[in-house]
Write a protein that binds this ligand. Sequence first.
Ligand code: PEP
Ligand code: MN
Length: 357
Amino acid sequence: MTDIKPLAINGNILDRPIIISGPCSAETEEQVLTTAKGLARAGVKIYRAGIWKPRTKPGGFEGVGVPGLAWLNKVREETGMKVSTEVANRGHVEAALEYDLDLLWIGARTSANPFAMQEIADVLRDSGRDIPVLVKNPVNPDLELWIGALERLYNAGITRLGVIHRGFSTYGPQLYRNHPQWRIPLELRRRYPDLPIICDPSHIGGKRELIASLSQQALDMGFDGLIIESHCDPDCAWSDRSQQVTPEVLGVILDNLIFRDSPVPTTENLVHLRRQIDRLDNELIEILARRMNISREIGTYKRDHNMPVVQPARYGDIMSSRVLAAKGLGMSEEFMRTVLAAIHEESVRIQVELNNK
Ligand code: PEP
Ligand code: MN
């Protein structure tokens, strides 16, 4: 993917930050238009609404289907906003193109499905249209799967591509509905610096209270825009109720965000701080190498004494004592756990390899 073009609608490049907002689902013509008018007043230029809703279980609201596309056309006529929806198969794309929507996005369940992605890519290629397409990350944290979905579109000639980071599912109670795992979109940015990344704080947080801080975090990390769910009456929404805000609240959230767009000046002070980071990183690498060497020695001992590689009690002790120490030094528990888990995984790999020699 060497020639990704900027996101543009009818030849007009979208200004950063790209802000997209609208309801999770189009429900009624009135809800779609009332929400849109509020958003237009808040300065939003691109409207979103789900017309076909992928539901985990049957029986949920599955979207209004094709009639909703006419409502989106009305939004465009009455507010001047560009309009977008989610597509998941050939029929959706054909209908969305027939109604001349301005932008499409692929949902997290679809981008995880290579057959659906190929089908969508084929219809778009055959249509010959230059429509921008945003690809949400797959539900599972698999960067290659995400890139694979993008490649299918790119290989079909769709070059106005972008991605939406909407977090990844995990099991069990947690702060976020979908864990952000920021290092995954950041790695994507490292590999494809020209690919615009838009953050979806509504689906990451799952709660409206988290939208503002997640949005600011994303902008601080250099994301190109935000897609935020809004609804004229969020508490009565037919889907994703707790993560939608009114257009008025959305306006307040946007007004309070800080867009740090100026290039970072490389002042004397910054150069000095970066040198310190470089030095510390080198020390970290040396310390890790020493730790791995000791792990190797322990591995030899375990092998010679016929002991299992993984000692759960010992691992538990290491985790709890280190996490406590890290907390005392002002680091987050989650960060320390992630680091320790990665170190432990590598130690185990080294020791298992020894056993197989
Ligand atoms: C949506 O945007 O409403 C949606 C269904 O999101 P996701 O594909 O991220 O779950
Ligand atoms: Mn939703």
